[in-house]
Structures are given as structure tokens and as C-alpha cells.
Design a protein around this ligand. Sequence first.
Ligand code: GAF
Length: 400
Amino acid sequence: MRRTNRKLHTMPSDDLVDTFSTTFGRRPDGLWQAPGRVNLIGEHTDYNGGLCLPVALEVRTTVAAARREDTLVRMVSLDLPGDVVEVDLDHVGSDGVTGWAAYVAGVLWALREDGLAVAGADLAVTSTVPMGAGLSSSAALEASVAAAADGLFGLGLLGDDAGRARLAAACQRAENEIAGAPTGGMDQAVSLRAREGHALLLDFRDGSAEQVPLDLERHGLALLVVDTRATHALVDGQYESRRRSCERAAEQLGVSTLREVDPAGLDAALARLADAETRRRVRHVVTEIARVRGCVDALRAGDVEEVGRLFCASHDSLRDDYEVSCVELDTAVTAALQAGALGARMTGGGFGGSAVALVRADALEVTERSVRDAFATGGLGEPAFLVLEHAGGPAGPVTG
Ligand code: GAF
């Protein structure tokens, strides 16, 4: 199956409004949307105070919403049919909200915790971001709810980058504290702060963001995202154990985060760590941050071959040093490179999910075939594909 962003971008607004109206017996006050993401480079760097370079996809989560004057949140999903879920905002922090409702109610809860005048809401959601594909369906859901809250309660935060960063912080808090996934903030930040046609250089030392033009078409290129369909879960222990290992290493090195380790002094820093596994984890983080810088320079210089080389080096480091790849991701990367991709790497948290390959636009089909054949030969499940020709824009109201 070939899925392009543009086809999946079609907003199912009519169905959503119909479902909202039949479920809640009134019309929504408005519709808001937020994108999933693919990270170009800079993996497992966000929670180390580092750099990353994600891109917003054109696949999106859309929410129809209406404000309430009480503290009740009522939600229904078009994609996960079931009963209407009801949560009282006053009890979100203590009641152990589970499932997809945690991402929705958690965001409204976190905005209130931030001192914003947010009350309850009725919401209907639907998404074209494939779930469990490592393309941030959770963050897209959170960001769409944050955008809806901004509109429903007149927060005025969508108007500038500082406001959007504040919304993203609330989304991350919801994910960490209510959904229980100890993630680092990249996904929520790009969903809210991206700019169409650009990759977003995020610096987690100071929270700043810089737009980096991404004109794939000018170079005759496209990004092929391979959803391996191997399951990944950020709430399982692997992600958290990598995070804790980095924190322990920083402590041993006497720095606040691994961002403070100077790449020029990496060997000396590694020599101070007794444990070989910890040394590999640190080497990944420090070299990956340097690769993000290299990738931004290469993109600005139009040196797409160098971008491809950095993709490959990133994958090797994630596979060998950070040990978050898996047979499906390695197979996708190898098969894409065999078909002539300029570079390929796993993207997102790893242990399944998606890989991304930088390919000539006229080689998309041959690359897909190569990946599909390699999966069949390896006895792996059927992968799915998504083509990114143009970087998407950020969360906001649905217009038109
Ligand atoms: C997941 C997390 F949600 C992000 O915060 C980030 O750490 C990523 O894995 C790895 O780069 O997407």
C-alpha cells in the first residue's frame, strides 16, 4: 500500500461534526487539528538537553470541541469506537485516567495546573496519523486538544512561538504525568511549533526553536517513511531505562545533562565511566547531537549526500551504541540503502515503529519494493509506507 501525506491529509470534518452532534446533542464550537511528525535526526537527545530536527507530517489528528462551564470532559473517538468517556478535571491527577482519555483530559488538566482558565469540554476526535507507528499519534492528539483549548477558552497562546511552547509544555506534562510515558518533549514541540516547508531545530537546553528550510522538491528528493508495523511502546521499561542511564552518566560526569559533554573531550569523558554499556549510551548522545548540527549545516548548504551519510551514521549509533533498533528497522534501512537511498535511519523512540529514508523522488517505488521484498524474505510482517514531499504546518484551527 502506498500512502501519501496529501491523500491522508483530507479532513473527515463532516463525519466528525456528525458524530459530535449525535453524541453530545449540540454543534461543536469549532474544529482544530495537529500533525504527527517524523524526526530527521537527533534521536534520544531531547531528554539530554540536546538538539533534534523533526518535521511535521501532513497526516493529522482533528478534534471537534465545545466548551463546558463545569469541569467535565466528555470524549468520543471515531477511530476507537466505544462508549463516551467521561472524566472530571478535578480528579484527573488522582484518579488514574487510562487509555487515550489520559492524553485528552491530561492536556486540559495540565493547562489548568499552569494557571490557565480552562474548564471542561465535549470533544470528538479522529486521526490520519497511523497509531503505534512511531509517528507521534499521541502528541498529535495532545496538541490538537491544546489547540482546541486555546480556541475554546480564548487563551491566545497559538498566536506566537512562546505561547505555542507553553502549550507544548502542557502536552508533555500530560504525557509524563497522566499517561505515564517519560518522553522528552520533541513530539509535542514540533506538533505545535513547526512551520510548513521547514524542519524544526529544537534546542532542549534553552527551549529555543529555529526553522530550517526543507525544500525536498528542489533537490528531486522525498522522504520515504516505512512503518515497520512492529509494535513499540514508550510506556514500557526500555525507553525509561535509557533515560535513567543517561541521567546516571551525567551525574557521574558532574554535568547537569549530557549536552554539557564537549564532543572534543568525549574520549576523556568516556574514560571516566566504569561501565561499558553506559559508555556506549553516552557516545550515542554526544555524537548524535553533533550530527544534528552537521545535518542542519548540510541542509543549508544543499549537500544532500552529507545529509544521507549522517542519517546512516545516526542509525548505526542507535543500533550499536544506544541499542534501540530491531530487526524490522534494520531490515528497512538496509533494503532502502540497497535500492539507492541517500541515507536511511530509524526514527522516533525505536524498538519498532518507523524508519525514514532520503530517496530520489523517481526512486520511491523501487525503494518501497526493495523494502517490501526484504520484509517478505525475512519472514517479517507487511510494512506500510508514507511519502513526505513537503513538510507540514503546525497545530491550529481547521480553516475552510
Ligand atoms: C519518542 C519520545 F516521545 C521523544 O521525546 C524522543 O525522546 C524520541 O522518542 C527519541 O528521540 O518519540
